[in-house]
Design a protein around this ligand. Structure first.
Ligand code: FAD
Length: 267
């Protein structure tokens, strides 16, 4: 079985990322890490490798420094790593990103499963997985919390509003993996040593046969009109009173005034 995992390098969400005057993220200065739920996708793929001896290939589109994310994926245990890095993909929106990933996957040949994260921690549109499945013309399941491979199909448990849905889907299929799916394994020292010896293969647009006018800003139908910093909505209200009973009553009245509770505070 061949499993392809999509790995996006993102600014560490645990650190402050500066927004430039033009509204774009100052990615160069930010510490870069593997997107959180891509680690869950990697873990799911590595469990398949252990169970079925699957071949696992990690694929990323990004600047040259995205090689670090792929090195970490190699250290976790993936077999091969492919980076599509080309100056002309700068400014790609989700459609152009999905197109580039589609062309790279097409070049990789037949596969059984494509696993990606549910969403990225920076862009956070959750569009790349579904768009990629459409480009490839294969079925997809999003918000996947668990899945099992049985013969030529997968049994998928995906979160839906108010509960879960169970689906049986014939492979090849694309799944977007949620953070609740598993606990990603840490990288070990021996894993890091093994990863050093494995190459990260870099492909250009020519290597994957991508059309230049379908990538970058030219190939991106999304136009950003304005980017705003959203300030905190929190405000502090001091509840006063002469004794506990009065304080509690004033608190209830305040909660009612703010529409948090419906029932009127009793005197
Ligand atoms: C007009 C415009 C210009 C932009 N310019 C830039 C730019 O210059 N540089 C830049 O970095 N971003 C740029 N972006 C952001 C970029 O479009 C998104 O980061 C990218 O398309 C992924 O979308 P997302 O972050 O919402 O991913 P989501 O759809 O939320 O990601 C879901 C999953 O898809 C996979 N995935 C997503 N992106 C990649 C990737 N690159 N490689 C491998 N797997 C991936 C991961 O598994 C991820 O968990 C731009 C966006 C717009 C609209």
């Amino acid at each position: 079985m061949k499993v392809i995992v999509l790995v996006k390098q993102v600014p560490d969400p645990r650190e402050y990322v500066r927004i430039r005057e033009d509204g774009t993220l100052d990615r160069e200065k930010a510490r870069a890490v593997i997107n959180d739920c891509d680690k869950n996708a990697l873990e799911a793929a590595l469990q398949l490798k252990e169970k079925f001896n699957s071949k696992v290939i990690a694929v990323s589109m990004g600047p040259p420094k995205a090689e670090d994310a792929l090195r970490e994926a190699l250290a976790m245990g993936v077999d091969e790593a492919i980076l599509i890095s080309d100056r002309r993909v700068r400014g790609s929106d989700t459609l152009a990103t999905s197109y580039v990933l589609y062309k790279a996957i097409e070049k990789l040949g037949p596969y059984d499963l494509i696993l990606c994260g549910l969403e990225s921690s920076d862009g956070g549109t959750a569009q790349v997985g579904p768009e990629l499945a459409e480009f490839l013309g294969i079925p997809q399941a999003t918000f996947v919390e668990d899945f099992e491979v049985k013969g030529n199909y997968v049994i998928v448990k995906r979160r839906i509003e108010g509960g879960f849905e169970k689906l049986k889907i014939t492979m090849p299929v694309l799944l977007t993996i949620s953070k609740n799916a598993n606990k990603p394994r840490p990288t070990t020292f021996s894993g890091i040593l093994k990863a050093v010896k494995k190459p990260v293969v870099t492909w250009s647009l020519e290597d994957i046969g991508a059309e230049v006018d379908k990538v970058g800003l030219a190939g991106s139908p999304t136009k950003i009109m304005k980017v705003e910093k959203i300030g905190s909505q929190r405000k502090r209200i001091l509840i006063e009173g002469n004794d506990v009973e009065e304080i509690v009553n004033n608190l209830l009245r305040s909660l009612q005034e703010h529409g948090i509770i419906l029932e009127a505070a009793k005197q």
